[in-house]
Design a protein around this ligand. Structure first.
Ligand code: ADP
Length: 251
């Protein structure tokens, strides 16, 4: 579903991703862990096409995301191809990023109606199903400022799912929340992970959550994968000193 092929990302002369190769299978749930600054968020932002690769190619569902074909040749993608290529990818951000001037129902139905061309009735029906799933059926008329952080994040998750993404990217989705609100959000994500075949790429510091939902864990260090394995391998028997140090610091 996703393939990074020798991807390099530099900001100025700072190399953030250093000839990175990895793949994620369709339906797989993969967690990215590693110290701050190791490049995890940059990977999600490249997939969302919020950043461009410096070198290498990113593939999604067998098609180039970062590039487009000119004849037989791959050239950096233009804005239009980028928009087209990312349309099956959804992201949930640390800071929720809800539309502040819209109520909950409008937040969820806006893109399905305007981007996917769904009818308003269809979009509202789906939004209500999703609100039930995230436990917020009674909040459809509320505005974001009337909701707790945990509730806002659950709306953001519903909004992401309303676009029926094949790939869902989760960037530290609980780190802006008060501690007592974290479990509610993680519970919703756990349900999605176990009950859908959406491919999920998760950046998190919640190691218990990573352990429960991931099929595979990638440990990053300085823009490269230091170690990868099943959650049991990584958390119980890490092979690399770097992974052991990191886990000791966060667990
Ligand atoms: P992580 O998610 O693992 O904490 P990031 O991918 O956010 O790491 O960042 C990796 C490195 O890239 C950091 O050193 C960060 O400062 C740098 N970086 C990220 N975005 C930018 C940017 N837009 N301009 C300059 N440097 C950036």
């Amino acid at each position: 579903m996703i393939r990074f092929d020798d991807v390099v990302k530099r900001f100025g002369d700072h190399t953030v991703l250093d000839h990175l190769d990895f793949s994620v299978q369709r339906g797989e749930k993969v967690t990215l862990i590693g110290p701050s600054g190791s490049g995890k968020t940059t990977i999600l932002r490249l997939l969302m096409t919020l950043e461009k690769v410096t070198d290498g190619v990113i593939w999604v569902d067998g098609k180039p995301l970062s590039h487009e074909y000119r004849g037989e040749k791959l050239v950096p993608a233009k804005e239009k191809s980028l928009r087209e290529a990312r349309k099956n990818i959804g992201m949930v951000f640390q800071q929720f990023n809800l539309f502040p001037n819209m109520n909950v129902l409008q937040n969820i139905t806006e893109a399905p109606v305007h981007v996917l061309g769904r009818s308003r009735d269809q979009a509202v029906e789906r939004a209500r199903e999703l609100l039930e799933m995230v436990g917020l059926s009674d909040k459809e008329d509320a505005h974001p400022t009337q909701l707790s952080g945990g509730q806002q994040q659950r709306v953001a998750i519903a909004r992401c799912l309303a676009m029926s993404p094949d790939v869902m990217l989760l960037d530290e989705v609980t780190s802006a929340l008060d501690p007592e609100l974290v479990d509610g959000v993680l519970g919703v994500l756990r349900d999605i992970a176990t009950s859908t075949d959406i491919t999920m790429l998760i950046v998190t510091h919640e190691m218990r959550f990573a352990r429960e939902v991931s099929d595979r864990v990638l440990m990053f260090d300085a823009g490269r994968i230091a170690e990868e394995g099943t959650p049991d391998q990584i958390f119980e028997t890490p092979r690399e000193e770097r992974t052991r140090e990191f886990l000791k610091a966060v667990l």
